[in-house]
Design a binder for this molecule. Sequence first.
Ligand code: PSV
Ligand code: MN
Length: 436
Amino acid sequence: MTEARINSDLIASLNEKAERSHRKDFEALHGVLSRRGIQVEQLISTLSNFTVAVPSWGFGQGGTRFGRFPVPGEPTNLAEKMFDAAVVNDLAGLTPRVSLHIPWDKPEDPKSLIRLAKSLGLGFDAMNSNTFQDQPGQNPSYKFGSLSHTDRAVRRHAIEHNIECIEIGRALGSKALTVWLADGGSFPGQQNLRRALDRVIESLQDVYLALPSDWRIFTEHKPFEPAFYSTVVQDWGTSLMIAQAMGKQAACLVDLGHHLPNTNIEQVVARLIAANRLGGFHFNDSKFADDDLSAGSIRPYQLFLVFNELADAALDRRLQRNQPKQKPSLMIDQSHNLKDPLEDLMLSAIEIHRAYAKALLVDRTALNEFQESNDVVMAERTLKIAYETDVSPLLAEVRRRRGAAIDPVAVFRRSKYRAQKARERRSGAGTRAGIV
Ligand code: PSV
Ligand code: MN
């Protein structure tokens, strides 16, 4: 394999070229923030600790129900996906962990995968099970559901698969399992709505028994897929019921795209924090109903408001006293149909970083006072002042100090990485992920 990452000299030399104007912008922003009483160095150090995981299934081009148009040089196996993940992390400096989907990205040899990951500066985030597709030759079938199926044998098959994901994850140093179910019905009357949920809960309780004591299990809700009448885990309320029925190590995962139009997602986040069951996120965006657009591309203010809830909760002393400290797992889960997946992953990670940075700028003392005195205008203004601040130079400075790129996409394009991979890899072979 002639795999090579982006040369660090290229990053350094392009950073050097960008440095002069970057410095001017950064100093201007430094002045603005200092006048607001913000400790900029402290802020940079907090922002430097920020990371978000990338999905193993996001390195190839996704697709729609009607077609898929592979990008030249897209990875054809897990090792190649790891190389691509290293490129994203080297250039944007924000994504040191990969979240694996099984069996799409089932490692043949976990030990050699760990060696490869270490050599690339990568680790592993939550494992994702797949009981929404039959694998070649699979018997019994998930046609009528998996963990909710009426047939015990099917449920057992799905339970065993989730336990296998835990075992693979253990070997890789992962600490969580994410379960998303496409279980549900296409027509009223097809399923007994209560019994289907009972069966999911019972099945997940069996999976929970196999969960190591330092692991967490996340359930991901989603109201519908095309042609669905109902999904079993349709919203955060059901997801919360399931987590509570499993036990303390269970929590809910909020995929931003898995909500009906206009759902107040930041409020869902606030409720899950209050219940101490916010497990993590799958970041993406959506305009109508799809869950696959780039994070922050449609509703950047919503993304900011989600981080505003996290930042607010992190400073809430009463919450900290009553709840064991469990940071939510942050992961990207989006499909790249038209954009280059690597460019989109870098830019999405930066968008998420941006939302976090802006949330850290909110003057929480002032906001609290305006909320308590019902000063609606100033309360909203306090949020907007933070949101309207262009933090780009701050984010670039964090990347620069980490040895990542001031302008990751510019370096990526200059490197000709994509063209080189198009020559090396079996062009157009595609990934097994297909539509994600
Ligand atoms: C389902 O739409 C989902 O969000 C789940 O996280 C899946 O595991 C992933 O996308 C891949 O299809
Ligand atoms: Mn998801």
